[in-house]
Design a protein around this ligand. Structure first.
Ligand SMILES: N[C@@H](CCC(=O)N[C@@H](CS)C(=O)NCC(=O)O)C(=O)O
Length: 186
């Protein structure tokens, strides 16, 4: 989700929250000195899709009060839901990136199937560790141990928890890289 789409969706959520709050406090025409607490309760589950990790109500109250104070002081004429959305995202800090896989390509110079994969890596601008099996004997050993053969190219995909997947076949590797890291995947 791009930043602007997130801001837009969050702004919609704040607008909806404001309307629900007004509805709940019709008697006082929306006046409620404890509004940040009411908002935090209302938002608790609804905010989950925007967050990398659960947020405590007290942290939400803190961010809401900050957003309100700044809106009044800096730009009271700006539409408040969008202002809150931007301020709120700043207050939460950047969403945690999911842990990335480590990619290593077993290859050797002069192998045409390897060139096909190397070109895709270059085009996609990927950070892939290159393991030349004829330059480093350990790489050849690792490959043989894992696959019982030494045909290359082979992409080794190691997840954050250390689990390995060995992917042979240049066409499959290119397809995988494009699908996982190409523009369409962004
Ligand atoms: N179909 C495979 C062919 C791979 C292939 O033939 N690799 C050659 C080098 S270009 C190789 O490793 N040959 C030695 C071997 O199989 O042990 C692919 O597209 O990746």
């Amino acid at each position: 989700m791009s930043d602007e789409v997130t801001v837009e969706r969050l702004a919609r959520l704040f607008k909806q929250t404001g309307e629900a709050h007004h509805e709940a406090f019709l008697d006082t025409d929306g006046e409620d000195p404890e509004w940040p607490i009411w908002y935090a309760e209302y938002l608790e589950d609804r905010l989950a899709p925007f967050l990398a990790a659960p947020l405590t109500r007290s942290r939400m109250v803190f961010c809401l009060i900050g957003a309100d104070d700044e809106h009044r002081a800096a730009d009271p004429d700006a539409p408040w839901p969008e202002y809150y959305a931007r301020r709120f995202l700043e207050c939460l800090g950047p969403a945690e990136e999911p842990a990335k896989d480590h990619l290593a390509l077993y290859y050797f110079d002069g192998c045409p199937f390897c060139v096909r994969v190397l070109r895709a890596i270059d085009t996609l601008g990927l950070d892939v560790e290159l393991r030349n099996i004829y330059e480093v004997p350990d790489y050849l050993k690792e490959l043989r141990q894992a696959r019982a053969r030494t045909t290359v190219p082979v992409l080794r995909i190691t997840s954050a928890d250390g689990e390995d997947r060995w992917m042979p076949e240049s066409a499959d590797i290119v397809r995988y890289l494009q699908a996982s890291y190409g523009q369409a995947a962004a």
